[in-house]
Ligand binder design. Structure first.
Ligand code: ADP
Ligand code: MG
Length: 387
């Protein structure tokens, strides 16, 4: 689960991390009032969407008067922001965060992530903050440092990181407080990724988290009531959110062949072979082992509800999953509305004959495939015929 920048900053502030003073607004007049009470003469208006790269896309506006603040909010609210991270369709801006404009002397990159290789959490940092970190990693990998940490950040860890960033004097002490706070927040809130890009050193010598991204481990959300409350469903993929409510493992992709498969491995193989046939999968969907007629029906509803689909490929290798349950789910979903796109079925294993009989009896016009290769071939052909 991801949260907005302003929410991540509020969580971090609770762990002693210095963040700019700010306020949330949904209208221009509200923003003006908030800016006025924040005080100062420079403000930054920042679109709150679950994506980075806002600065380059015009989603972060520096304002030198209250009128400019109002204007910036006027422009941003209701607009669709397309950034490097949003995909082509962009994201609708429905709220902005207004904060004090800081006098930036330097921008750093600091993140904390789960380091699976070292089986611990690691800091990743760079003196080249505010930039695309993937680009820094590709062009100048020596400008990135990885510091694995044990249960807490040691003095040695902090000194090493501070010196890599070129911090001096009192800044080292504030940096140590910052890293300790980040590490505590990471563990206490079951965070899977925490990124400050940039962490800034102000002209006055203060270290402040200017941007913050936080992602939480979904499997730990059951014990993170406060973090769960930060969820913004409007920012999430509608189909994914609906699937999650039914316990389906569903990820939206941008192709045109909808997939319904049992088992993650088989689902990946199915997506691979679709690409091998020159087409693209529209989703990953693993119905899992413990499926019921209801969840399968919901799975098919999700697929039928995706207007970008040109074909559906059902690839079931029935072990624990029973083919007749899959068949019944398809029949239920079809009975609710038109089967808009061709459905290709590869259905083998447990209760295979029952499944096939149910579909024949229901009179649903599907295309049967004997194996995965043939199924993918049929699906790809259906897509080509559709255009
Ligand atoms: P994004 O990563 O989505 O582009 P950031 O929050 O990192 O958004 O902002 C982009 C840039 O805008 C920062 O690198 C910084 O230079 C500038 N900026 C952001 N917030 C402030 C602020 N409060 N004061 C001054 N400059 C800011
Ligand atoms: Mg940023």
């Amino acid at each position: 689960m991801n949260v907005h920048e302003y929410q991540a900053k509020q969580v971090l502030a609770g762990f002693g991390v210095a963040v700019p003073q700010g306020a949330l607004a949904k209208t221009a007049s509200e923003a003006r009032r908030e800016a006025e009470s924040l005080g100062g003469d420079v403000w930054v208006v920042k679109a709150q969407i679950h994506a980075g790269g806002r600065g380059k896309a015009g989603g972060v506006r520096l304002c030198r008067s209250l009128d400019e603040v109002e204007q910036a909010v006027e422009d941003l609210i209701g607009s669709t922001l397309v950034t490097k991270q949003t995909g082509d369709s962009g994201k609708l801006v429905s709220k902005v965060w207004i904060e004090q404009g800081l006098n930036i002397a330097k921008e750093f990159y600091v993140s904390l992530l789960i380091d699976r290789q070292r089986e611990c959490i690691s800091f990743m940092l760079s003196p080249d903050g505010g930039m695309d970190i993937e680009k820094v990693a590709a062009d100048t990998p020596e400008r990135i440092m990885h510091i694995p940490v044990a249960a807490e950040v040691t003095r040695e860890n902090s000194m090493q990181m501070a010196s890599f960033l070129g911090l001096q004097g009192g800044q080292v002490e504030s940096f140590s407080k910052l890293t300790t706070g980040l590490c505590k927040a990471f563990q206490a809130k079951d965070v899977s990724l925490l990124e400050l890009n940039p962490l800034v050193l102000t002209a006055e010598g203060k270290l402040i988290a200017l941007d913050a991204k936080m992602a939480f481990d979904d499997n730990a959300l059951y014990r993170q009531e406060e973090m769960r409350a930060l969820r913004d469903v409007d920012e999430e993929d509608a189909l994914e959110a609906e699937a999650a409510a039914f316990g389906l493992n569903y990820i939206s992709l941008d192709g045109s062949i909808g997939c319904m498969v049992n088992g993650a491995g088989l689902a990946m193989a199915t997506m691979d072979i679709i690409q091998l046939k020159g087409e693209k999968p529209a989703n990953f969907l693993d119905v899992g082992g413990g499926v019921t007629e209801e969840t399968v029906t919901e799975g098919f509803r999700l697929l039928f509800g995706n207007e970008h689909l040109k074909a559906i490929l059902v690839n079931i290798f029935g072990g624990i999953v029973r083919c007749d349950i899959i068949a019944q789910g398809l029949i239920n979903a079809v009975s609710e509305g038109a089967m808009r796109v061709p459905v290709i079925l590869r259905l083998v294993g447990t209760h295979e004959e029952d499944g096939k009989r149910l579909i024949h009896e229901a009179g649903i016009n599907v295309r049967w495939a004997h194996d995965l290769d043939e199924a993918a071939e049929f699906a790809a052909a259906a897509v080509r015929e559709a255009v």
